[in-house]
Design a protein around this ligand. Structure first.
Ligand code: C5P
Length: 232
């Protein structure tokens, strides 16, 4: 089975990103390239990652604009054939549909409520429910518009899986391996295993794997291997 771990290639250095792919690919299901990477290296950078090996790409651009603009932006990256392309569910059904039409072979992936937002932020922005209720509403809306995957917090997996069809993939960041000693900025985390047991199909992991690069490629390879073994 393909690994459920999506590794966040959070580095602006293309060479480093390529070496991370090279040493972890046996244990990783897809690689997440975000705004920092894409704004630095563009489509050419994505192609260079794909040239290391035929890996699946999670292109995390979080598109959010009027439907026409998002449709045209999505069309620009359709030829890269990412497995996943993210849009903000809050952009509404017409916007999500526009991305789906532009990229029929890509899983348009809807980001629900950013987990960086506090309950207070959620109220201030004007969501009608709390963050859990809002995430569930946004997931439902996104799937109706054709989204094939949902990004949510581990705490929202169970509630969202009750309202979406089984073929829709649930992807969650905000996970930390049980032995992780990294003291960082993620709050309210779950272990990857807990997230998968609750119904996530993929977990996004960054620093708990990439920090091993400091020790060397073998250490990073072993870390990724251990984490994927813990999930099986
Ligand atoms: O290093 P770490 O494991 O925290 O990386 C997780 C990745 O997932 C980062 O690229 C981060 O931006 C992203 N992410 C997150 N929490 C969210 C949404 C995305 O950590 N709620």
């Amino acid at each position: 089975m393909k690994s459920p771990i999506i590794l966040a290639l959070d580095t602006p250095q293309l060479d480093v990103a390529k070496r991370w792919v090279d040493c972890t690919q046996e244990s990783i299901g897809a690689y997440k390239l975000g705004l920092e990477f894409f704004l630095t290296h563009g489509s050419e950078g994505v192609k260079q990652i794909q040239a290391v090996s035929d890996v699946d790409i999670f292109l995390d651009l979080k598109l959010h604009d009027i439907p026409n603009t998002v449709g045209k932006a999505a069309l620009q990256v359709a030829s890269l054939s990412p497995k996943f392309l993210t849009v903000h569910a809050a952009g509404g059904q017409a916007m999500i549909k526009s991305a789906v039409i532009s990229c029929p072979d890509v899983a348009i992936t809807a980001v629900t409520v950013l987990t960086s937002l506090s309950e207070n932020d959620v109220q201030e922005i004007g969501f009608k429910g709390n963050s859990l209720e809002s995430a569930v509403d946004l997931a439902r809306l996104a799937v109706q518009a054709g989204a094939k995957a949902i990004v949510c917090s581990p705490l929202e997996i169970s509630a969202i899986s009750e309202v979406i069809p089984q073929h829709v993939r649930i992807i969650t960041p905000g996970v930390r391996p049980s032995d992780e000693t990294l003291n960082d900025d993620q709050n309210r985390v779950m272990t990857p295993k807990q997230a998968i047991d609750r119904g996530a199909h993929y977990v996004v992991i960054g620093r708990p794997i990439t920090r091993f690069w400091e020790t060397g490629a073998d250490a990073m390879r072993d870390r990724a291997r251990t984490l994927v073994e813990e999930l099986s």
